[in-house]
Design a protein around this ligand. Structure first.
Ligand code: BGC
Length: 783
């Protein structure tokens, strides 16, 4: 590897290594001469993609570019636009260097065409960075993020996002707008489906795993892409669960809960962040310097760049925070937003140059904002490899290996909620006639869930399809939709998904369909009901005022159950739903979430015992909407003995606790041991517990560790997750699981002292299979 720059390597600074086909060579040579003069003393080693780039080389290279750039060129790097199809306005802006990035272009040929414009036409040949919402897969769709969290297995997320990154990169996408790290404790909020649920510890583990999956070992690793943590921060606490509404989050929750997964992502090396839509404590996140500068850059030493959410810079005006678009641009910029994402035009393009002229900001500040963007483009190798190999995409997208990984992921993410009398697993030869019922049983779109734009629907296996694949001629399958479900107010994404408008049944048809479902059930040995929410009922702009099953699904369940035939309920959902009646009357309930491309095969494997459910809830499952927000890590309160009796009309405990999930086997926890009874702040304590599979089936259990600080400078939650491990145990096998409790686990942000503290106190420790674990020990921290 050469250590000093050669003339040909010097070219790398300003133009792509692989030659574009457009012939602008003479322009480039002139520019190279010009640039060679500007950056002559520069030395750096050219980094092959298979090794992490040298930091100082990246910095030098970005600085050399910045030195050669005009103010307008630097401002251009700070703008990003949506591109939903060819547009002259975008082409012109790219060719003039007025854009640093585009999002939503997914066709490799179009990406190359646009990149040619950027690289060939602009003075300094700076490539665009192409971003996209790669949330739970690209062509191969994995279970939705909340499902991945339900695996309690970070390796599921690493694998899924590694494959998603590879597929996205194969078409020329360099940057994922994920992971979404918003903690959500109110399932009315539709975007709960995009995150890891309610808990900061589990959320942090899933955050780090996703960063690792997207970015690989380092930013710029082959077949990987830049990750973007979003939505920074507090978006999940939208008041009333209403998407986009403001949130008031006290400091203690902000530091100890909402910010935790973001900090974990920064520690894992994430390269970009997205500022949120919401108005946080009266300062909208996109204009919130405390968040974007003090916390992110000062406290956490984040060195990547911040992109706004779509139009959220201009929204500073809508929020009643900025006077006009000009001020909105200025506010976001000063708060620390490096790049503005917008639909038609950016406020930055209207504000920043004038603001420098007026002395409201300095040219140096513009340079500082552009620097991390350029550094990231350098790290990603976009200067050397600006173009994507259009033919390769076909070899990479949705390969059989990727589909297998998606099926395994769906098997690991499902949560078994109920299994009376061991109805599951089903025996393959026990049922000759099976009725498959429900509006989601044979809907490909609803099998993959929201936030997918590039899926291959034809490849998507529904539950009906999966059962057919599994049973072949062994059983006769019949199918009825039973009911129709739809949103009252349509989703803004329906058009993007090209969803066909549902032809709504007449009252007579609805009656007949319901009757058909019941008749088929009566006529079968077993019914598999697939209900829940359609994919557009959760996700962005998909808040609900109810958690009830939509439409007539409840009636469908009760009518089918009334036949007395055995019924298995499979749920598709991105949030917990009100299944109170089913939880008492339907013997077997499997929560499959939105399981993805291979969802149907995974569900069939799980139902028939070719896979064993081992997922656990990443959220507390309420009995009804009146209980929300409800989460396990609440504070110790007055009359804790009556915690379950807070309402006079309904139990105030959840239907299923956080961490809950059944298996086809049974597990016993014993022998909880602490290495010491007392430690000083800063010291660690080892915790071990034996987990035994007491059943006759090899199966998974998630060992969970909870603590409680009994008193301190502030009151602390009754329980906090501080360790977990998903184990596979053979029948009757026993394993000892080890955890460590140290400074990271025992420190919290105290509003009393305005700082991170590890306090002298008595700590409870529990280990078990869910957040109600009863195996208990305790220890002291003494000063
Ligand atoms: C969402 C973001 C997303 C962006 C780009 C916004 O509406 O809030 O999560 O990344 O659009 O699609």
């Amino acid at each position: 590897m050469p250590t000093s720059i050669t003339p040909s390597e010097q070219e790398v600074i300003v133009k792509p290594r692989r030659q574009p086909s457009l012939n602008t060579r003479s322009v480039q040579i002139t520019l190279q001469l010009f640039l060679a003069a500007v950056i002559a003393p520069l030395t750096f080693s050219q980094t092959p993609a298979s090794a992490p780039p040298d930091d100082s080389a990246v910095h030098q290279r970005a600085d050399a570019l910045l030195k050669a750039m005009t103010l307008e060129e630097k401002i251009g790097q700070l703008s990003q636009l949506f591109d939903f199809g060819k547009s002259k306005a975008i082409d012109d802006a790219v060719a003039k260097g007025q854009l640093g990035s585009l999002l939503f272009v997914t066709d490799p040929a179009e990406i190359n065409r646009l990149q040619h414009l950027a690289v060939e036409k602009t003075r300094l040949h700076i490539p665009l960075i192409f971003g996209f919402d790669v949330i739970h897969g690209f062509r191969t769709i994995f279970p939705v993020p909340i499902a991945m969290a339900a695996s309690w297995d970070p390796s599921v997320a690493v694998k899924a996002q590694t494959i998603a990154a590879k597929e996205a990169r194969s078409v020329g996408i360099d940057w994922a707008f994920g992971p979404m790290l918003d903690i959500a404790r109110d399932p009315r909020w539709g975007r709960i489906v995009e995150g890891a649920g309610e808990d900061p510890y589990l959320g942090s583990a899933m955050a780090a795993a996703q960063v690792r999956g997207f970015q690989g070992d380092y930013i710029g690793a082959p077949d990987h892409i830049l990750a973007c943590m979003k939505h920074f921060a507090g978006y999940g606490a939208a008041i009333g669960g209403r998407d986009y509404d403001e949130a008031y989050i006290p400091e203690t929750l902000m530091q100890n809960v909402y910010l935790k997964p973001f900090h974990a992502a920064v520690k894992a090396g994430i390269g970009s962040a997205m500022s949120a839509y919401l108005d946080l404590n009266d300062v909208p996140a996109t204009g919130n310097r405390w968040l974007l500068h003090d916390v992110l850059r000062e406290d956490w030493k984040f060195t990547g760049f911040v992109v706004s959410d779509a139009n959220s810079v201009k929204s500073l005006q809508t929020h009643g925070y900025a006077k006009d678009v000009y001020e909105a641009g200025l506010d976001a910029f000063k708060a620390g937003v490096n790049m503005e994402m917008a639909l038609n035009f950016t406020a930055y393009s209207k504000s920043l140059a004038t603001a420098v002229e007026r002395g409201q900001i300095t040219a140096q500040q513009i340079e500082d904002a552009a620097r991390p963007i350029l550094q990231m483009k350098i790290r990603l190798g976009l200067f050397e490899h600006s173009y994507v190999d259009e033919a390769r995409a076909h070899e990479v997208l949705a390969t059989p290996e990727h589909r297998t990984a998606a099926r395994l992921a769906a098997q690991r993410t499902a949560v078994l909620l109920r299994n009376e009398n061991n109805l599951l697993p089903l025996k393959k030869d026990a049922y000759k006639k099976i009725a498959v019922i429900g509006p989601l049983a044979d809907s490909q779109m609803d099998t993959i869930g929201s936030w997918t734009f590039q899926q291959d629907l034809a490849q998507t296996v529904t539950v009906l399809g999966g059962l057919r694949n599994k049973l072949g001629a062994q059983a006769e399958l019949s199918y009825a939709q039973g009911v129709q479900i739809q949103r009252k107010f349509p989703s803004m994404f329906d058009a993007i998904f090209h969803l066909k408008k549902q032809v709504v049944w007449t009252a007579q048809q609805a009656k007949e369909e319901m009757a058909k479902a019941v008749t088929l059930t009566k006529d079968s040995d077993l019914t598999i009901l697939v209900v829940g929410e359609a994919q557009n009922m959760s996700g962005e702009a998909a808040s609900r005022d109810s958690l009830d099953l939509p439409g007539q699904e409840e009636k469908l369940i009760e009518s089918v159950a009334a036949t007395g035939k055995p019924v298995v309920l499979v749920l598709f959902n991105g949030r917990p739903l009100n299944i109170k009646w089913a939880a008492e009357h339907i013997p077997a309930i499997l929560d499959a979430w939105y399981p993805g491309t291979q969802g149907g095969n995974a569900v069939a494997n799980l139902l028939f015992g070719d896979a064993v459910p081992g997922g656990k809830l990443p959220i507390t499952w309420p009995r009804n909407v009146g209980q929300v927000p409800i989460y396990y890590a609440h504070n110790t309160t007055q009359a804790p003995q009556n915690q379950g009796k807070r309402y006079w009309g309904e139990e105030s405990t959840p239907l299923y606790p956080f961490g809950y999930g059944l298996s086809y086997s049974k597990f016993a926890f014993s022998n909880l041991k602490l290495s010491r009874g007392e430690i000083k702040p800063g010291e660690s304590i080892d915790v071990s517990v034996d987990v035994e599979n007491t059943g006759a089936t090899s199966a998974d259990e998630v060992a969970q560790l909870y603590i409680h600080q009994q008193y301190g400078s502030t009151s602390r939650p009754v329980r906090e997750l501080k360790g977990f491990e998903r184990l596979t145990l053979a029948a009757h096998e026993k394993k000892t699981v080890h955890f460590s409790l140290g400074n990271d686990e025992l420190t919290y942000w105290s509003t009393a002292t305005k700082g991170w503290v590890e306090e002298a106190a008595v700590f409870d420790v529990w280990a078990g299979g869910d957040s109600n674990a009863s195996l208990h020990a305790n220890f002291n921290i003494t000063k």
